[in-house]
Write a protein of this length. Structure first.
Length: 164
């Protein structure tokens, strides 16, 4: 809330250079802000009495958006890459998939390893679990299992993340 939008009887006022001017009516504070040719902005509406500050509102909004942008730049987004396997995968194909997973992990992404079952393969779900266990064990030097292997419909999946 800024300027005339502030309808409180009493507010705690802070000047543009940060010193407290005390508790006063919103009208008095508005007059002081107009004399300084600045805006009256409510910064802590939940406080008793609400805290208002005399600042240049345009500059304040600009600084706020700049700070938010800076915070977003420093954030790192972690993607989940998926590696799909089948129960009758050959060793060379498995090694290729492991190398891909290793590459994803080294870039800082999480890897979801999915073992898909089709048709009659559903009868041998427990025998195929060792494929995921071997996969996790062979990548244990750089990865740790975040979510252990679990059946989800016709697929068994687990999530690996980079070791810290």
């Amino acid at each position: 809330m800024i300027n005339e939008q502030i309808r409180d009887r009493e507010i705690r006022l802070i000047s543009e250079n940060g010193e407290q001017l005390g508790i006063m009516s919103a009208r008095e504070a508005m007059k002081i802000a107009q004399e300084a040719e600045l805006d009256l902005v409510k910064i802590a509406p939940a406080a008793k009495p609400p805290v208002c500050k005399i600042i240049d509102y345009g500059k304040y909004k600009y600084e706020q958006t700049r700070r938010e942008k800076e915070a977003r730049k420093k954030q790192k987004t972690v993607e989940i890459k998926e590696v799909r396997l089948s129960p009758n995968i050959d060793t060379n194909d498995l090694n290729t998939k492991m190398n891909n997973a290793r590459k994803f992990l080294s870039k800082g992404n999480k890897v979801k390893v999915t073992l898909r079952f089709r048709g009659r393969e559903m009868a041998h779900v427990q025998q195929s679990r060792h494929i995921l266990d071997d996969f996790a064990e062979s990548l244990s030097d750089i990865a740790v299992v975040e979510k252990p292997a679990k059946m989800e419909g016709r697929a068994m999946s687990m999530v690996l993340t980079e070791k810290r």
